[in-house]
Design a protein around this ligand. Structure first.
Ligand SMILES: NC(=O)c1ccc[n+]([C@@H]2O[C@H](COP(=O)([O-])OP(=O)(O)OC[C@H]3O[C@@H](n4cnc5c(N)ncnc54)[C@H](OP(=O)(O)O)[C@@H]3O)[C@@H](O)[C@H]2O)c1
Length: 360
């Protein structure tokens, strides 16, 4: 058997038989990616995580931040040691020292902000959900295509080391084909205004459900059918959704809600075993392989790999830097088609569940 060469400094080695199953997997260290000077659009919650983790775990810096309010941008810049604060997104995207723009605003602003950056000639990393619907997603990637510029959805999970291992196992086919999978994202976030207000693109699906939907799509590709049921809040956005995706050989089940916290696990069932991400499947954590060698071990043989890491956003930031160095306009790990297809699935879910945004 070939053994996977180990190149990553801050993770334990892949144990057997995981190492053999994922033979050939590439796990580049974010510290080895070329440095970029980032500009951030929006000085809110998730921008803080990005501004903390990226300079800590990559060779890149946060060069500038732009907010609708200059004082807010200044306070953010001071807190995170960011060189420049801009009082508008226009100034941020035209800052000549910004190499790439991270869009970290609320969902309805993503498309507009991403296109502002692209129009200024800047590559973009756009927070999830990529946009509010597939039509907007197509607009963004069409503009990136016409401009020959890089764009990627910040679905950070797909860039994490344990996701790369899973991807390799799916590709290698050594556990057989995938027959079913499930993922759940349940959080208690009713107190967050942007999650309950329709004008801000609220609801469980766009914020939380996008993770399990994207996870299912990552493994299955475009499904033949999408079915969904849900329950709504008084504001009209979805509190919870149960979603099934079906392909000719497999069934995927995704679940999300924003009014109670759960384990947020995921499982992929292959013909000859299963892979589990038991807790917080979307972030760095433990990966478990369960194989069923026979009647002697009815619960299966379990191999665990702890891929917990400090931070997490460094992987998506490093991916952008590597793609730019290679003159790519899309990341192979999160293509434009991936983002558009995920939004198409979510459009169908919203239509079936009955969520209609004020601008629709
Ligand atoms: N990857 C992850 O783990 C993760 C985690 C949480 C959130 N997210 C994603 O990150 C994005 C932002 O989430 P967040 O929690 O950071 O949101 P947030 O702090 O509530 O808002 C982010 C920014 O959006 C702008 N904004 C807020 N309200 C607005 C309004 N009414 N009209 C126009 N702009 C408004 C503000 O920009 P200014 O500063 O310019 O005023 C604000 O700083 C979302 O797409 C979310 O899904 C990702």
């Amino acid at each position: 058997m070939t053994t996977t060469p180990w190149t990553h400094s801050c993770l334990p080695e892949l144990p057997q038989p995981l190492a053999d199953l994922a033979a050939g997997v590439d796990l580049p260290d974010p510290m080895s990616a070329p440095p970029l000077r980032w500009g951030i659009i929006g000085a809110g919650g998730i921008a803080r995580t990005f501004a903390r983790d990226v300079p800590l775990h990559t060779r890149s810096t946060i060069h500038a931040v732009g907010a609708r309010d200059l004082d807010r941008a200044r306070a953010f810049a001071e807190e995170f040691g960011v060189a420049r604060a801009h009082g508008s997104y226009e100034e941020l995207v035209t800052d000549p020292d910004v190499d790439a723009v991270y869009v970290s605003t609320v969902h309805p602003m993503h498309a507009r902000n991403a296109m502002l950056a692209l129009e200024a000639g800047k590559p973009v990393l756009v927070e999830k959900a990529f946009t509010v619907d597939a039509a907007q997603a197509r607009e963004v990637v069409d503009l990136a295509g016409r401009s020959g510029l890089f764009a990627m959805e910040a679905m950070w999970s797909r860039q994490l080391p344990h996701y790369r291992v899973i991807r390799q196992i799916v590709r290698n086919g050594t556990l057989g084909r995938v027959v079913s999978l499930q993922a759940d994202h349940s959080q208690a976030l009713l107190h967050v205004p942007r999650l309950v207000e329709p004008e801000l693109g609220g609801g469980a699906l766009l914020d939380l459900g996008v993770y399990p939907v994207s996870f299912l799509h990552w493994v299955l590709g475009r499904p033949d059918s999408v079915t969904a049921v849900g329950r709504l809040l008084g504001s009209g956005v979805d509190a919870a959704d149960a979603i099934t995706l079906v392909t000719p050989g497999a069934l995927g089940v995704a679940r999300c809600n924003l009014d109670g916290r759960g384990a947020t696990g995921a499982e992929i069932v292959f013909e000859k075993g299963a892979i589990e991400l038991p807790l917080q499947f979307y972030r760095p954590g433990v990966l478990r392989l369960r194989t069923f060698p026979g009647d002697a071990s009815p619960d299966g043989m379990v191999t665990s790999w702890d891929a917990s890491l400090p931070g997490g956003f460094q992987y998506e930031a490093a991916e952008v830097a590597r793609c730019l160095e290679a003159n790519l306009t899309q990341s192979p790990a999160m293509t434009w088609q991936d983002s558009v297809e995920v939004m198409e699935i979510m459009d169908q879910v919203r239509a079936q569940v009955g969520v209609i945004y004020p601008w629709e």
